[in-house]
Design a protein around this ligand. Structure first.
Ligand code: CP3
Length: 354
């Protein structure tokens, strides 16, 4: 299949998929389901192909990316694939010295803390990530009608890793820069917005039919601070993706107080965690947007009946929504029984079949 660059390439069957229809708030044959972190350590077949291959290296091998991305689609029959990568991949691609430490997360060798450090955040071009273009091409060929979701980390969440040097619970250095050196902060998040926007464009131009912006840790912020220090940069990212017309999803954890603003930033679909029921989330987000969520991933450790009762409650809360994509409220935990996920997909499909 020939894919001219500069044009979205979603075919008709993909365009009519339940997932993309729900994102566009159209009628659906059933509520579509996918899971954040659906590829990964919960799957034995993932552990097998990852043996001896470091995480970041696996993200640069098109065949391996394709195999890992396909694994949960084959096994769970989810309604969308999510491109296998990590939010720090574009930073690594422009030369930032970082690693992903098992059980820890991204670790940055030289954190970004001064104006001079900003020079390391040069713009990203498609030539920096040829493996992404290649892998997305392989994937869209193999996926057929199943849509591929591309993704990237949002400026705030990426900035928090770069400034803290690794994962944080308190974001003290990040907030110190945000409040104490607002000009440096805004230059930093603007550079990250450009990198993230370019990275999403690479995925869309190669054939991704939706994108998700992960601002996983934005829930650490009060609404006024989010609006002032973060939303302008995230809006720039969404504006970059806007001309392609693919649905744009925006997700964070603990963002109940930010849901309206995260929609306003430019999302078509707002991700919701389990702390806010979906009907209440819809009131906070307002009309004209679909919602994604929101089963607590820890619920999957409970017996089947309990999982189904919680999933049914989420579907009930979603019954009046304009568009709903079923998902967890955060990523699949590594110790999750994969069969529990497969059963959950089946349950949602059967329960919502129209
Ligand atoms: O198939 C998919 O679902 C895509 C998988 C995916 C990964 N990273 C692969 C990964 C996605 C969507 C991400 C995004 C990501 N990475 C986010 C946003 C999503 C979220 O959970 O909020 C964040 C915050 C990161 C940063 C990061 N990378 C963390 C916190 C970790 C976990 C560290 C650990 O070992 O517990 C990673 C590593 C990572 N990214 C793994 C995977 C499969 C585990 C590493 C491995 O398998 O060896």
């Amino acid at each position: 299949q020939h894919r001219p660059t500069g044009q979205p390439t979603t075919n008709t069957a993909t365009h009519d998929s339940a997932f993309l229809r729900a994102c566009r708030r159209e009628e659906v044959p059933h509520t579509p389901v996918w899971f954040m972190r659906q590829a990964g350590r919960s799957l034995p077949e993932y552990l097998k192909v990852r043996e001896g291959v470091p995480m970041l290296e696996s993200c640069t091998r098109p065949e391996l990316i394709t195999e890992i991305t396909m694994q949960p689609v084959r096994r769970h029959k989810v309604d969308a694939a999510v491109y296998f990568s990590d939010i720090v991949v574009p930073l690594r691609a422009i030369g930032i010295d970082l690693d992903i430490k098992p059980g820890v997360g991204p670790v940055i060798a030289d954190p970004v803390r001064t104006r001079a450090d900003l020079d390391r955040l040069r713009p990203l071009t498609p030539d920096d990530v040829p493996y992404v273009t290649e892998a997305v091409g392989l994937l869209t060929a193999e996926l057929g009608a199943t849509p591929l979701i591309g993704f990237a980390g949002a400026p705030f969440t990426l900035a928090s890793y770069l400034i803290e040097g690794g994962p944080s619970r308190t974001y003290e250095r990040t907030k110190a820069m945000m409040y104490g050196e607002p000009d440096l902060w805004s230059d930093l998040v603007d550079r990250l917005a450009a990198i993230t926007g370019a990275f999403l464009k690479v995925q869309i131009e190669a054939g991704a039919s939706a994108v998700q912006l992960f601002d996983s840790w934005a829930g650490a912020l009060a609404p006024d601070d989010y609006r002032r220090y973060v939303m302008p940069a995230s809006s720039k990212v969404f504006a970059e993706a806007a001309p392609y017309g693919v649905p744009r999803i925006h997700f964070g954890v603990g963002t109940g107080e930010l849901l309206g603003l995260m929609g306003e930033a430019g999302a078509d679909v707002v991700g919701v965690d389990w702390r806010v029921p979906l009907d209440e989330a819809a009131r906070r987000v307002g009309p004209g947007k679909a919602l994604q969520g929101n089963l607590d991933p820890a619920v999957l450790f409970a017996p089947r009946e309990a999982v189904e009762a919680k999933a049914a409650a989420a579907l009930e809360a979603a019954s009046g929504l304009e568009g709903h994509v079923f998902n967890l409220g955060h990523g699949v935990m590594p110790a999750t029984d994969p069969d529990a996920l497969t059963r959950l997909v089946e349950f949602v499909h059967e329960r919502t079949a129209r």
